[in-house]
Ligand binder design. Structure first.
Ligand code: AMP
Length: 330
């Protein structure tokens, strides 16, 4: 079975954009691929998170992904720092990673500009750690967003470089995962422009209670309404309809589209309906988050099983890489 590897950020909460976008794909992928999904806690160290919050953050994200549909019976769900083989491969790949090319990556330049006081070597070599995450399982596919494409290309370069340097075929070149030609779902924010995101401050979280969801939706940016029948929709209104398309029934969408077209739309009514439909969609997930996050025994069983599976897969690749480099047992 072909392998898929994907990292999950280790802080924050899952929002509707993650749920309707990446997570739905993960849930589908785990049916047909050998999937390795990991919580990227080592990556988060670049920003020096407080040790007191570290474990709780991982636990929250783990609970939310489980509640939202990842099935540990079908995929390996693990914590990155539980798999030391990743760090060993990181050391080997660092020897093939050149300073100049790392400095030219868009994410490094962006982060270095935003945090000039903390340009550490871990930040510079972030793409090397990411390449290790992927190559250590010899992944066939990585589901990547636009912002991660450059990192995936770097992983491909290191795979090639390692194989060429040592005259071996240890690493496959991982490819970007796409579901057919379907363009990925993009959930817009409620603030009128751009996509929903944690750092954009415009997100509805799966753990938000229903009063909070209603309040956020009622505050969504709108305009003064259509001035003539069948007029084109401005982006802010299109965004509301895009979310409605993803969470409401086709009848509901048709009803409000007609109201837009004949200029009788009342945004208050539309938002009320949208809020109800978001609450209905997220309610079962919210309930599962509560149940899963308080079940310590279940969480530790999931993490242990994920660790075992991930380490077995990683150890096989690392053994071949160590051989290639020239390490031998005494
Ligand atoms: P992030 O929350 O930025 O760590 O993203 C985790 C995953 O969710 C990535 O695969 C993103 O592409 C995806 N994602 C984040 N925000 C959205 C959004 N608004 N709509 C669709 N997918 C999203």
């Amino acid at each position: 079975m072909e392998k898929v590897v994907s990292g999950i950020r280790s802080t924050g909460h899952l929002h509707l954009g993650n749920y309707l976008g990446a997570l739905r794909n993960f849930v589908k992928m785990q049916e047909g691929y050998d999937c390795y999904f990991f919580i990227a806690d080592l990556h988060s160290l670049t920003t020096h998170p407080h040790p007191a919050d570290f474990h709780a953050n991982v636990k929250i994200i783990l609970s939310e992904y489980l509640a939202a549909g990842l099935d540990p019976e079908k995929c390996a769900l693990f914590v990155q720092s539980d798999v030391p083989e990743i760090c060993e491969l990181y050391v080997l790949l660092n020897m093939l990673a050149y300073k100049g090319e790392l400095e030219r990556t868009a994410s490094f330049k962006d982060k270095a500009r935003k945090n000039p006081d903390n340009i550490n070597a871990g930040l510079l070599t972030y793409p090397v750690l990411m390449a290790s995450d992927i190559l250590v399982h010899n992944a066939d596919y990585v589901p990547v967003g636009k912002d991660q494409e450059q990192h995936l290309e770097i992983a491909r370069v290191y795979a090639r470089r390692f194989n060429n340097l040592y005259g071996v075929e240890v690493f496959k070149e991982p490819r970007s995962f796409n579901f057919g030609n379907q363009s990925p779902v993009k959930v817009p924010g409620l603030d009128g422009s751009g996509k929903m995101g944690k750092s954009e401050g415009n997100a509805i979280y799966l753990c938000d209670d229903e009063a909070t969801i209603r309040k956020k939706v009622m505050k969504a940016v709108t305009d003064s309404g259509p001035s003539e029948p069948n007029s084109p929709m401005p982006e802010v209104i299109q965004n509301l309809f895009t979310i409605m398309n993803l969470v409401s029934s086709p009848d509901t969408v048709s009803y409000f589209t007609e109201k837009w077209n004949d200029c009788s739309i009342r945004y208050g009514d539309m938002k009320k309906q949208l809020a109800e439909d978001i609450c209905t969609l997220t309610r079962p997930v919210r309930e599962r988050i509560e149940a899963v996050s308080s079940d310590e025994a279940y969480l530790s069983k999931v993490v242990a099983a994920g660790r075992e599976k991930a380490r077995a897969s990683a150890a096989a690749t690392l053994k071949a890489a160590r051989q290639a480099v020239g390490f031998r047992n005494f």
